[in-house]
Design a binder for this molecule. Structure first.
Ligand code: URA
Length: 239
């Protein structure tokens, strides 16, 4: 027996969080009975229907997308903007693991593997992510120190990060910084720079864990190899 939201995510229907929303909204039926209780225990062999769809075991799929600018990192958008899922040809209901902002580019993982997605997004696992950040102003060593040692955003200190200045443009008064963080809080990089008085002008995620954008152009994607999937699972197990 497992928690219902976990089973729904394991089927690859949606994330565990989204499954909880469906349960709370009364859109989940187990063997014909409506369930609205989040702690409800069920079996994978039960007939589970979510939002009118009876769940069936689907092949797990893992995609690395080079997210372009001007696309939302959701499955659907109430403003009818193009989403990252629209860029990928698949029969499966894959969804992004975490988010990149509308104007952020770079490495984004999508999957229908609820177990892996949930773990990768969980704050207790510190998945490494490296960003190239263009900011207004010249980043000084003391500013960098503040950012990398931990800085308060939304009332909570960020965990130590690594940063180095790659380039200054004194004429345009901008800096390019390479920043590696181990969390995935909302708008984290922008807020970290905002906290030291700088505005992020451009943001690109170069790497997600060991996955890089090598061989991909903006808008392009590739499927992960079984070896890479295993490596991602190992990332979680070793922490
Ligand atoms: N941090 C941000 O501020 N935005 C992103 O898209 C990713 C990390």
């Amino acid at each position: 027996m497992q928690r219902l939201q976990k089973i729904i995510a394991n089927f690859g229907f949606c994330s565990r969080r989204k499954a909880e929303e469906y349960i709370k909204k009364g859109k989940v039926f187990v063997n014909g009975q409506k369930i609205t209780e989040l702690g409800y225990q069920a079996k994978e062999s039960d007939e589970i229907m979510v939002d009118g769809v009876v769940l069936e075991k689907k092949q797990k799929e893992y995609v690395l997308l080079y997210k372009p600018r001007g696309i939302v990192s959701t499955v659907s958008d109430d403003k009818h903007r193009k989403t990252v899922v629209d860029l990928i040809q698949t029969q499966n209901r894959i969804y992004p693991v975490g988010r990149l902002d509308y104007d952020t580019t770079g490495a984004l993982l999508l999957t229908n593997d609820g177990e892996l997605a949930h773990a990768l997004m969980h704050p207790k696992f510190h998945i490494e992510k490296t960003y190239i950040v263009k900011v207004n102003g010249l980043v000084t060593p003391s500013m960098l120190k503040k950012i990398t040692h931990g800085i308060f955003i939304d009332g909570k200190r960020t965990i130590p990060a690594y940063g180095k200045v790659k380039k200054y443009d004194k004429k345009k008064n901008t800096s390019i910084v390479e920043l590696t963080i181990y969390e995935g809080r909302n708008h984290q990089v922008k807020k970290m720079f905002e906290a030291i008085g700088l505005k992020v002008l451009k943001l690109k995620r170069e790497t997600y864990s060991f996955l890089t954008l090598d061989g991909l152009k903006p808008g392009e994607y590739r499927f992960l190899t079984p070896k890479e999937v295993k490596k991602l699972y190992n990332e979680i197990k070793k922490q």
